[in-house]
Design a protein around this ligand. Structure first.
Ligand code: GLU
Length: 425
């Protein structure tokens, strides 16, 4: 058994980097590679930590911390989101960057993996403060990014506006507009049709496949969605469109349940008006942690890492779990759930729709030729279906869970690219 490198203690347990490295160790062992390859892939190729001095609207100066981690470049430029959250740590960004490498390889998108993070609670800052933070962070990391180097995208706490500011700052420094430096931009600024809903489309695509695989007819299935943000909100809509009863949703303020299924139109209108699902009329109000433990056919954790962990995994009753977030199930929880014969569709497959359409956006921006929404969605579905089938097949062939199979396919592709390129010098 390969020993997982002790990550620098930048974050208290659960540390997602330990989980990410364990998953890699398992795949390396399964594929019969040596520990040299494990050592190479278990750590980032490049990472930078920057100070971001910010003048607040009241004149005070505050210094924030930001990171950009580039895990791997073997298959192409690094790719991955930028997160604004008070919980950002270097180890978290390292884990998320590694998962991006596997996600891109699994979906055969020609990128390596990266991730960025700024330790900030964006809800406590004004729009102009967030713009100044974004521009200064971009300027600090600008030698490392670019359409051929590393291409940021939205993640938790950032959005298309953040990507527009990043693109503008980078472009101003280069003296011309560089649309391909970020993805997830506004449509009016070189964004792709279908990007905003792409992650949720992909989640629902594999969720329906997974339900059928378990012999559950989606039309009669029930679903609970943890997190009603960029991923969870559209996932609720698309699941309901497919006939699934969405019986519970949650966000950081609370959770609501309704056995006969929530009225998604009314829920969307309520959240647009009040900024939360909590208090949604006609539904039962419940503790947000309980949403993970409901007796549903499908659970979509679409918030942050580690919400399904050794403390609650025993109480999870869902038959199918589709990871809308990155790393929502800890390693310990994964083991507990495996004994409950539950089908878990791993993050690097389930939420890959976002980076797939990011790739389409980058291709469109680099060619200055934009596709129809129909083209985008058809090509997205094609890639999700192909990856789903490959993972299912590998899982059956090796007799391992879907996560191990997905990681093994990805690691094999990255290792192959690495071996074919060779080492310089
Ligand atoms: N942040 C998203 C993810 O974790 C999207 C990344 C991208 O499009 O580059 O997959």
């Amino acid at each position: 058994m390969l020993t997982v490198l002790p990550p620098e203690a930048t974050r208290q347990a659960p540390n997602p980097l330990i989980d990410a490295q364990s998953q890699l160790a398992e795949a390396v062992e399964l594929l019969g590679y040596d520990d040299g390859l494990f050592t190479l892939l278990s750590q980032p190729r490049r990472e930078v930590t920057v100070s971001i001095p910010l003048r607040r609207d009241n004149g005070r100066v505050e210094v924030l911390t930001g990171h950009r981690v580039q895990h791997n470049f073997s298959r192409g430029p690094a790719k991955g989101g930028l997160r604004y959250s008070p919980d950002v740590s270097l180890d978290e960004v390292r884990a998320l960057a590694m998962w991006m490498t596997w996600k891109c390889a699994l979906l055969d998108v020609p990128y390596g993996g990266a991730k960025g993070g700024v330790k900030i609670d964006p809800t406590l800052y004004s729009d102009s403060e967030l713009e100044r933070v974004t521009r200064r962070y971009t300027s600090e990391i600008s030698p490392l990014i670019g359409p051929e180097r590393d291409i940021p995208a939205p993640d938790v706490g950032t959005d298309e506006r953040t990507m527009a500011w990043m693109m503008d700052t980078y472009s101003a420094q280069h003296g011309h507009t560089v649309l391909g430096v970020t993805t997830g931009k506004p449509i009016s600024l070189g964004g792709s049709l279908g990007r905003a809903t792409a992650t949720s489309r992909g989640v629902v695509h594999v969720a329906l496949e997974a339900l059928r695989e378990c012999g559950i007819d989606p039309i009669r299935a029930s679903a609970a969605i943890e997190g009603y943000g960029k991923v969870g909100r559209h996932a609720a809509r698309f699941l309901a469109d497919a006939g699934v009863r969405v019986v519970a949703v949650s966000d950081m303020h609370g959770a609501v349940t309704l056995e006969e299924g929530l009225d998604i139109d009314a829920l969307e209108a309520y959240v647009d008006a009040y900024g939360t699902v909590a208090g949604f009329p006609g539904a039962e109000q419940t503790e947000r942690e309980l949403i993970l433990e409901l007796p549903v056919d499908l659970l979509v954790p679409a918030a942050i890492e580690g919400t399904v962990n050794e403390r609650n995994a025993n109480r999870v009753q869902a038959r199918v779990i589709v990871e809308g977030a990155n790393g929502p199930i800890t390693k310990e929880a994964d083991k507990i759930l495996a004994n409950k014969s539950c089908l878990i569709v791993p993050d690097i497959l389930a939420n890959a729709g976002g980076v797939i359409v990011s790739y389409f956006e980058w291709v469109q921006a680099n060619q200055a030729y934009w596709w129809s929404v129909g083209d985008v969605e058809e090509r997205l579905a094609e890639r999700m279906t192909y990856a789903w089938r490959s993972v299912l097949e590998k899982s059956a062939q090796l007799d391992v869970p879907l996560r191990t199979a997905a990681t093994a396919i990805a690691v094999e592709r990255v290792a192959q690219a690495h071996q074919q390129r060779g080492l310089y010098p």
